[in-house]
Design a binder for this molecule. Structure first.
Ligand code: IMP
Length: 427
């Protein structure tokens, strides 16, 4: 029975929450396998809007078991804030399962994320400041605190002491900040023990048993392909594996179990934070996309950088993730434009690149080569079949599909759950 991965095909905020939600009632388990509360899904159900940062969006689907996998870094204060906020709105969160091997974001890592960015000055990454990078660095340095450590006070204290031996040197001597007190950190983490205990389980075993029993498991990536620590625009990336390969390590589900990979791609491109972005627009067209598409960060409220669709990136994402189906989101935002440019390749110092350039320096200097497609003016929000779309919108989708290397199986035509054209079933 299927394990399906959902990944962002650009720099994040492609609308994964909506796609996950579209499959929601047919999915038995939704697993978040990477990242932490740097993510932001906005899910609109009826007249209710839910902004989730840490919890998998499957938490909004009754009957679905939401799982936070071992590849996630968890800010426990945010976890319980989100749970409390949902419970106050009548959402049942009791099925949530949390991996014992997931790492927790300690307060010193939130501080270090912010001071490091300030220290970097013009070389900053533009992180969300949530402590993500330092917590993954601790994991790789074998200095991290895992969820299971919180249940053993002696071990927890030893690990926090070990981490702080180094961190306090850095905080005080490099950044001129105050040292962090071991008790403060330990006491905060211990304060969550009673609420956390019933949620914690052996999630790889749970998911294995679910697949053997014929259940459908959806693995939901945070961030996106171009923000992946290996395959993204390094160093302007997040610190986790946000591509389909990360779904296996971050959940404990083996590669042989993955049947389908759904890539979410916006009908144009956005990015928050620093780093190269070839099709970025600095003119009225960019402002138009930002205003019409409401392109402001769910997590930080930052205005997103906006630009035209980049087919080179879509092709790259298709290849790196093994995308079987694309969901093209926010097509409605392009309504009303006379012409819609699409980047088909890059020009780097007079040389045409149809694929991502090998070197990051070349990518920084990539100049988009555009093809202009004719626009459409009719409102498309009522379209529910491909044939309902105006001819030029159909032609845009077909052209983008051809350039991107995988079929487009669903098209977002508005913000609501049902504002979707389904071309091929996603399960
Ligand atoms: P970090 O994940 O907070 O370390 O930030 C690293 C980079 O990833 C920054 O450019 C962030 O803006 C970006 N980023 C992190 N999470 C998201 C997301 O959910 N959507 C879009 N960009 C993100």
């Amino acid at each position: 029975m299927p394990a399906v991965v959902i990944v962002g095909a650009q720099w994040g905020d492609e609308g994964k929450g909506k796609a996950t939600d579209l499959l929601g009632s047919r999915v038995d388990y939704v697993v978040k396998f990477n990242g932490g509360n740097n993510a932001g899904h906005t899910v609109v159900i009826g007249d209710q809007k839910y902004a989730l940062h840490l919890l998998p969006s499957g938490i909004l689907s009754p009957g679905c078991v939401p799982v936070i996998g071992n590849g996630v870094v968890i800010d426990l204060s945010v976890l319980f804030e989100e749970i409390d906020a949902l419970q106050a709105r009548g959402i049942d969160t009791s099925k949530l399962q949390v991996s014992a091997n997931a790492h927790v974001i300690a307060d010193y890592n939130r501080s270090l994320d912010k001071v490091t960015e300030r220290f970097l000055g013009s070389r900053k990454i533009g992180t969300t400041g949530r402590g993500i990078g330092p917590t993954y660095a601790d994991k790789m340095n074998r200095l991290g605190i895992r969820v299971q450590d919180v249940f053993d006070e002696k071990i927890l204290r030893q690990k926090v002491e070990g981490a702080l031996e180094l961190k306090n040197q850095i905080l005080t001597k490099v950044y001129n900040r105050r040292a962090v007190d071991v008790d403060e950190i330990v006491d905060e983490l211990l304060s969550y023990v009673d609420r956390l205990r019933p949620m914690v389980s052996d999630t790889p075993l749970l998911l294995h048993d679910a697949l053997v029993a014929g259940k459908t498991v959806l693995l939901e990536a945070g961030q996106a392909t171009l923000l992946d620590v290996d395959h993204g625009t390094y160093p302007f990336v997040t610190s986790s594996s946000a591509t389909a390969g990360g779904a296996c390590t971050g959940s404990g589900i083996p590669p042989t179990r993955i049947d389908r990979v759904i890539g979410i791609v916006k009908a144009y491109t956005t990015r928050v934070g620093e780093g190269p972005f070839p099709t970025e627009l600095h003119d009225d067209a960019g402002e138009h996309l930002r205003k019409t598409g409401l392109e402001y960060g769910t997590t930080t409220g930052r205005p997103r950088r906006c630009g035209w669709f980049d087919a080179v990136i879509a092709r790259y994402a298709a290849r790196i993730n093994g995308v079987t189906d694309f969901v093209l989101t926010k097509l409605d935002v392009l309504t009303g434009l006379e012409k819609v440019p699409v980047c088909v390749a890059y020009d780097v110092a007079g040389v045409r690149h149809d694929e991502m350039p090998l070197s990051q320096s070349d990518f920084h200097h990539a100049v988009p080569i555009y093809e202009e497609l004719p626009g459409w003016t009719d409102d498309i929000s009522a379209a529910r079949t491909f044939e309902d779309l105006p001819k030029n919108a159909q032609a845009y989708v077909t052209a983008v599909e051809k350039m991107s290397g995988a079929r487009i199986s669903a098209i977002g035509v508005g913000p609501d759950r049902d504002h979707t054209v389904v071309v091929h079933d996603l399960l």
